[in-house]
Design a protein around this ligand. Structure first.
Ligand code: SF4
Length: 347
């Protein structure tokens, strides 16, 4: 049972190791399709459904007791969410941490200082001041989870994970919403299970941002695919491995968080086309025969990157299907016919 106070978060760039080093456990507030749709009274309706889904939860009071809520200024919609959150839950604590749009050394230094500011905020919320020992422990727990999830991905790729990619998504959701120590025990028990080989289906690569419902993965696999590799905000991007190669733990955290595998809102200025290049490389590496991109409607960062992604995949001869949705099964169900046709074409 979790006896720690809980800090909420909304974006996969959030430094979970730091939250844990301050003595809290983390809880990702994900969109919940069962919440009444009311965010439109505070934010424009043509806004990313990820943001509106989180706000619906806040307005319906469907969030656990939180010591505070951490927002990263990852995009304009997320910034608006921070403003609306304060209106929806007056009197509760929240902080907006700036996230640089680039990954150069100056950006890493800037983000490191923002993490320092977050550490101070966590202390104001009743946490303990992170020191060398607690940061090392927080990073150790974070890395243990990152490694176990990576081992689960290997099992999924090999077709030896019971319930396939749906089970993997459940593991991501659990790791995003529960205390790190409990997550580690849970992941160890999953890894200890042996499963008959279920490695059937057309190998597929899935990338995009927010799709936390395990049923969405079941749906794709029911259409005849096997997701052999994935790069999602609610999936493999949640836990980044942090390399402690300097004494300044906050610096290491800042560097690895923004440089590891940036999503569409971050620009690697040394390689502006990195997202598309990485997609091609990873799809080839994992033997995928095609790629599905699932992105949230009205997500400006992905809308801006998609033409280049599409162009490069076409040039490389990699079949690509782009789906847009509202992060829930409602929209995935509507896409079933297109997914079936795409997988049939690959088969
Ligand atoms: S899905 Fe896109 S628009 Fe929505 S919060 Fe994420 S980056 Fe921002």
């Amino acid at each position: 049972m979790n006896t720690k106070q809980v800090v909420g978060f909304a974006c996969s760039y959030t430094p979970l190791a730091l939250i844990n080093a301050a003595g809290f456990s983390h809880y990702r507030v994900l969109p919940d399709a069962d919440c009444p749709d009311q965010a439109g009274s505070l934010l424009h309706d043509n806004l990313c459904p990820h943001i509106k889904g989180i706000l619906d939860r806040a307005m319906s009071d469907r969030v656990p007791d939180l010591a505070g809520m951490v927002f990263l200024n990852s995009c304009d919609a997320m910034r608006r969410l921070h403003d609306a959150w304060m209106k929806a839950r007056p009197g509760t604590r929240s902080v907006l941490i700036d996230l640089p749009p680039t990954t150069n050394d100056a950006s890493v230094g800037f983000f490191r200082d923002e993490l320092d500011r977050l550490a101070g905020t966590l202390v104001d919320w009743g946490g303990t001041a992170p020191d060398g020992k607690s940061l090392t422990r927080g990073i150790g727990l974070n890395n243990a989870i990152a490694e176990s999830l990576s081992a689960l991905r290997d099992r999924q790729r090999a077709g030896t994970l019971r319930n396939g990619s749906a089970a993997l998504q459940e593991a991501y959701n659990r790791a995003s919403t529960g205390p790190m120590e409990e997550t580690i025990t849970f992941l160890e028990s999953l890894l200890a299970e042996t499963a008959a080989n279920n490695g059937r289906g057309v190998p597929l690569y899935l990338f995009g941002n927010v799709m936390p419902d395990p049923e969405a993965f079941t749906l794709i696999e029911e259409c005849g695919a096997r997701i052999v590799c994935e790069d999602m905000c609610t999936g493999s991007r949640v836990f980044t491995r942090i390399t402690m190669d300097r004494e300044d733990a906050l610096y290491c955290m800042a560097r690895d968080t923004i440089r590891d595998r940036p999503c569409a809102r971050t620009m690697d200025e040394r390689r502006p086309g990195r997202i598309a290049d990485d997609l091609v490389m990873m799809a080839r590496e994992c033997g995928a025969r095609g790629i599905i991109g699932y992105t949230v409607k009205f997500c400006d960062p992905y809308i801006a990157r998609m033409p280049h992604v599409r162009e490069l995949l076409k040039k490389e001869g990699i079949p690509f299907l782009h789906l847009e949705g509202d992060c829930t099964m409602r929209s995935m169900g509507q896409h079933r016919t297109r997914i079936e046709a795409f997988i049939e074409m690959l088969g």
